[in-house]
Design a protein around this ligand. Structure first.
Ligand SMILES: Cc1cc2nc3c(=O)[nH]c(=O)nc-3n(C[C@H](O)[C@H](O)[C@H](O)COP(=O)(O)OP(=O)(O)OC[C@H]3O[C@@H](n4cnc5c(N)ncnc54)[C@H](O)[C@@H]3O)c2cc1C
Length: 262
């Protein structure tokens, strides 16, 4: 089974700050991490490989040269192949251009049975890239996947809903976006880290190495325009009421009266 996982290097958002004047992200000195949902995507691919040694896991990221770090992390976890899609031509890409670029890189692979993405990146936060890749490759997709089974000729997945779940049977090849309920990601082992650093290498695809419509990549191919970025005002601290329903209702009335709201 040929498995592809799309991963993104993101700033550790606990520490992200926005420049109050320019409205842009302050990235200097902010540590980068493998996007949390993508850790679950990689783990699911590795679990397939654990039960089927013939399986082959390729991890792909589009980003600047330093995005190689997350690929090395995935190799250390157990991925077989890592591809950094990087070229000045991709700079300024919105989700539309990012998905075209990633789909272009995937088209250059020697086929695939399943593609995993994270549901959402914690910086861009749109949850658009996975579904857009599937659309561009014209394959079925299921988002919010919290359970995955390979049934041979098809996949059966459990998709999280707001008030429950649904079971979906999907033909191969297909793309799934992973959420944290899907699994518990493994840590890279010490031998895994040593092998990744000494024996495995990250391949780099530039714009000439992928199959894309050049009008749909980079800044030129990005229809999104960001009007304004800002830090939302901090909300007041919430108050937790304790006791029986009656006691809590009474406390609530007292609190609202104190604030002259009733
Ligand atoms: C006008 C504009 C210009 C921009 N310019 C830049 C820029 O110059 N540099 C820059 O870094 N960002 C830029 N961005 C942000 C960039 O568009 C998004 O970060 C990117 O398209 C992914 O969207 P997202 O973060 O919402 O991911 P989501 O759609 O939330 O991500 C879902 C999943 O898709 C996969 N995925 C997402 N992005 C990647 C990726 N790059 N590689 C592999 N897998 C991925 C992951 O599995 C991820 O979990 C720009 C955005 C806009 C609107």
């Amino acid at each position: 089974m040929k498995i592809v996982v799309c991963v993104k290097q993101v700033p550790d958002t606990n520490e992200v700050k926005i420049d109050p004047v320019k409205g842009t992200l302050i990235r200097d000195g902010v540590p980068s991490i493998l996007n949390p949902d993508d850790q679950h995507a990689v783990e699911e691919a590795l679990r397939i490989k654990d039960s089927n040694p013939e399986a082959h896991v390729t991890v792909i990221t589009m980003g600047p040269p330093q995005a190689k770090e997350v690929l090395l992390e995935c190799l250390a976890m157990g991925a077989d192949r890592a591809i950094l899609v990087s070229d000045r031509a991709f700079a300024g890409a919105d989700t539309w251009a990012t998905s075209e670029t990633l789909a272009g890189a995937i088209r250059r692979l020697d086929g695939y049975d399943v593609i995993f993405c994270g549901r959402q990146a914690i910086d861009g936060d749109t949850a658009q890239v996975g579904p857009q890749i599937a659309e561009r490759l014209q394959i079925p997709q299921v988002t919010y996947v919290e359970g995955f089974e390979d049934k041979g000729s098809n996949f059966v997945v459990r998709r999280q809903l707001e008030d429950g779940y649904e079971m979906v049977q999907v033909q191969k090849p297909a793309l799934f976006t992973a959420i944290q309920e899907l699994n518990e990601p493994r840590y890279a082992s010490i031998p895994g880290i040593v092998t990744a650093c000494r024996e495995k290498e990250v391949e780099v695809f530039n714009v000439d190495d992928i199959e894309v419509d050049r009008k749909q990549i980079g800044l030129e191919g990005s229809p999104t325009q960001v009007k304004r970025s800002f830090t939302p005002e901090a909300k007041g601290k919430g108050v937790m009421l304790k006791g029986s329903s009656k006691e809590m209702a009474e406390q609530l009335i007292v609190n609202l009266k104190k604030k002259h709201l009733i």
